[in-house]
Design a protein around this ligand. Sequence first.
Ligand SMILES: *Cc1c(COP(=O)(O)O)cnc(C)c1O
Length: 369
Amino acid sequence: MSTRPYNFSAGPAAMPLEVLQQAAAEMTDWPDAQGRPSGMGVMEMSHRGKEFIAIYEQAEADLRELLAVPEHFKVLFMQGGGIAENAIVPLNLSRGESIDVVVTGSWSEKSFKEAAKFCTPHLAASGKDSNFTTLPDPAQWKLSDQARYVHVCTNETIHGVEFHQLPDLQALGSHAPLVIDFSSHVLSRSVDWSKVGLAFGGAQKNIGPAGVTLVVVREDLLGHALQVCPSAFNYQTVADHGSMYNTPPTYSIYMAGLTFQWLKRQGGVAAMEQRNIAKAQLLYDFLDNSSFYSNHVAADCRSRMNVPFFLADATRNEAFLAGAKAAGLLQLKGHKSVGGMRASIYNAMPIEGVQALVDYLRAFEQTQA
Ligand SMILES: *Cc1c(COP(=O)(O)O)cnc(C)c1O
């Protein structure tokens, strides 16, 4: 298995090999913490049985520990992904009134449009003028007094821009809670919960298989859903039932739990953050020192997770991708809306994988000279 290729997919993305191997070993007969066989695979268990409850409780406790989630926040495991949350958040938090949205790329643009079905979104700032290669300075945001919340996507997976610090809304004169879409960098770094009201993220970038959506919400924000909000998407209802109002995505929660355990063995989020900084620096440094490749994002807001880059001569893209695949470097093609290439280097990507990519970038350039 040591020759497994490096997978740079933006999502669903590569998972730690150890996690996949453990899941494979337990596929048909999950053993409990004492190693006693249950006689069942996790997919075959009642979500209300003691076996799955143990899996669930461990996953939640590990996540709380990894992200240092304070007591007064609920952790919900939901379904629907980040795109469903674009509706579920306004259904629960907007009261049908106005909200502020900061548009920094494709994902927050989608959030703005979807919110307009349920409330009145106000564009507080946009990075569109720079083609989403810069982030609008929070000091210049036009926050409104009446906003029920402020939506920010803290890592734009497609455009490759990341907030390296969360905006401090209070310092900017707003009393609205901050809602962050952290789908594509959750667990890659710590979260300052004192600045956050709600965070949501799909699992398939940096946690586990698609199907489970993580919501971390401050308790005082619960209980204000619109009448039309579906029960299964009402945060209060979901919280009251410990994420078991309806059947949760049990297997995805189990896999997420294995990833959380893996992260703890790696030294936790602080250790991952240091590795992610080193990985991103290795790749950006190479791109910046090359005239054959380029990345267009401003240096102060480059994503540590998603690195879009371009060949100076786009007619060589196909040859580049074919050569990459042959070299064991998979899924580097960029998003169709941006073009070029994209390397997603989530937690599960070791620095050796980034080094292998840099080696290939250099070698490919030389063959084209
Ligand atoms: C992938 C992604 C989403 C959408 O997730 P789905 O599971 O497809 O709904 C939303 N926001 C961000 C930042 C993402 O990276």
